[in-house]
Design a protein around this ligand. Structure first.
Ligand SMILES: [Mg+2]
Length: 237
């Protein structure tokens, strides 16, 4: 019997591709749309990849109909380019992530999932190359421009997968951006922010997450937060 649905963001939370994903996307823009959008000063963190594509190409002067028409080819080109250039040694997995995921996988009451702005193809590729697995369900960034739409999608995917409808604090959203915290907080879920991405601890604290960590290295403390137990509150039962 599952008691919690635990949803992880990917970039800035579990890992970073150290710019390879952005470079792969830039190649795909050139191939499919014939333009290389300006990414300097453009904030991608906390946005869905669909939102990023629309915003960057609108800024480059492309009309929306043309952008939408090119999307199937664009996603395919992006994933192919990522597949070509993303080597395991190019990826940084953040402190605590591997032992935390191992501990979570050992707890059958927890259903692990993804809540990410990545499209499914890029999410799967990054995780596979990083050697991270165990995510049973996911909500991805190819169908919604607004990250706030993703939690409901993840909850629906979990219900389809295990036949249980998770609600409120049973849903745990773990991410590295103010957007991640906001999209969970507005739904009354448990929010856990981690400052391994671009945002400072102070910037994340301003969003009032339920829990805030510098990184995920203190696995017992993060487990307690996920399971809704007091930190340092003794043995897991
Ligand atoms: Mg992130």
């Amino acid at each position: 019997m599952y008691t919690r649905l635990v949803l992880f963001d990917i970039d800035g939370t579990l890992l970073t591709t150290n710019g390879d994903a952005v470079r792969a996307m830039l190649r795909a823009y050139e191939r499919v749309y014939g333009t290389r959008p300006v990414t300097d000063g453009f904030l991608m963190d906390g946005k869905t990849e669909l939102q990023i594509v629309h915003e960057l190409l609108a800024a480059a002067g492309l009309d929306e109909a043309r952008v939408t028409a090119g999307l199937p080819r664009f996603w395919a080109s992006y994933v192919a380019e990522l597949e070509r250039r993303l080597a395991p040694e190019r990826i940084t997995v953040y402190p605590g992530v591997r032992p935390l995921l191992a501990a979570l996988r050992a707890r059958p009451a927890l259903l692990l999932g993804l809540l990410t702005g990545n499209i499914e193809g890029s999410a799967r590729l990054k995780l596979a190359r990083a050697g991270l697995d165990g995510f049973a369900v996911g909500a991805y960034g190819e169908h919604h421009r607004d990250r706030a739409a993703l939690p409901a999608q993840a909850v629906a995917a979990a219900q389809a997968s295990v036949g249980r409808r998770f609600t409120g604090k049973e849903i745990v959203v773990l991410g590295d951006t103010p957007n991640d915290v906001r999209c969970g907080r507005d739904l009354g879920v448990t929010t856990i922010a981690v400052a391994t991405g671009l945002y400072s601890r102070a910037a994340l604290a301003a969003e009032a997450p339920d829990h805030l960590f510098n990184d995920l290295a203190d696995v017992p403390a993060v487990l307690a937060a996920i399971e809704g137990r007091p930190a340092g509150g003794g043995a897991h039962s």
